[in-house]
Design a protein around this ligand. Sequence first.
Ligand SMILES: NC(=O)CC(=O)O
Length: 412
Amino acid sequence: MLSLLDLRRRIDSGELSASDAIRQSLQAIGERDGALKAFASVDRSAVAGHGLLAGVALGVKDIIDTADLPTEMGCKAIYGSWRPRADAAIVSLAKMAGATVVGKTETTAFAFLDPAPTLNPHRADRTPGGSSSGSAAAVAAGLVPLAIGTQTGGSVIRPASFCGVAAIKPSFRLLPTVGLKTSAWTLDTLGLMAASVADCAYALEAISGREMRLPDDPGAPRFALARQRFAGDAAPEGEAALEKAARLAEKAGATVVEIDLPRPFADAWAIHGTVQNYEIRVSMAWEYLNRRADLPPRIGGLLDEAQSIRASDYDAVRGAARRARLAAKDFFAEHGVDAILTYSAPGAAPDRSTTGDPRFNKLLTLLGAPCVNVPGLVSGDSLPVGVQVVAPFGRDAQALRAAAWLERIVRA
Ligand SMILES: NC(=O)CC(=O)O
């Protein structure tokens, strides 16, 4: 993979020019993406920018508006060649920080569950995950050092886990969603993927303008190990990865206390689907009313079912979400922990008939908490299996600090 920080060091030292760094990514995409299919479109005339992200080739998930490239939502039947007038706010912020958009990364249709054409770079017969499929695969394959994804259920953390890349799904609304094709407006969150947690921290600071840099020697964190039993069991390799991460952390001096998450969290997990599906039904009313026949099967089926969700049903469950967010504020303090350590996905990447299951992500998305995928562990058949570090809402630097500490231990 391409380390963003290593690239920046080489550019700052004069060893590599920012223009050559962009050319190298465009060349790699030209040579290898025909098979991988991480990109829906590529800007071969892209040039280097200036600033903290100068020379950083950026992949942008194709539900995020761009003026210079099509934005096709993973559904050419409806949005083929669609060209927004303006860049989404996140794209403008990344460009202002010096990043160069080299292409739009493949997404599942409307960021739901219909698999994208992208392969998993580790095993061609496995899914890269979804819905930010191309972003995770492009970083994992070393085509770009940074990619933007989005998460409504588990679409940043899960593909990052399946592809073995670091990712942060920041606190809700830390990054602006202006210009993002809305799925569920109380859940949709922009995220970043890169080779390491430190790369993610650097990029998030450069784009958000908020301090995320990691201290040279962060102290050993205090983790609450949470298996989210209300979400069902993990696969053996998912369980093994979480257990190994916990034991390695303890051996390196961290505190790891297994805690069952409180009832309000289980209640919120159970209603994520009602919130998500009602909001998608509303936000995609135009496509449903005017182009139902062109919708792929899973998103089309979801919208068919969601027509029966009444506004009163939606209103009735929002209290559970609110109560869980309040409980989350106290949880970390009550237990004296810096972060929750839990599964990033049930296990390693499944086959390409699916994009995997977001059951260990969706509560945390609904809480709006900063979540980081820590790469480095693998299954018995050498497929990546991430673990997830979660901090309180608004404490993104804390999540990154604990995750970077764990990544170093896991990769040692
Ligand atoms: N957009 C999403 O987060 C849906 C998913 O988890 O695949």
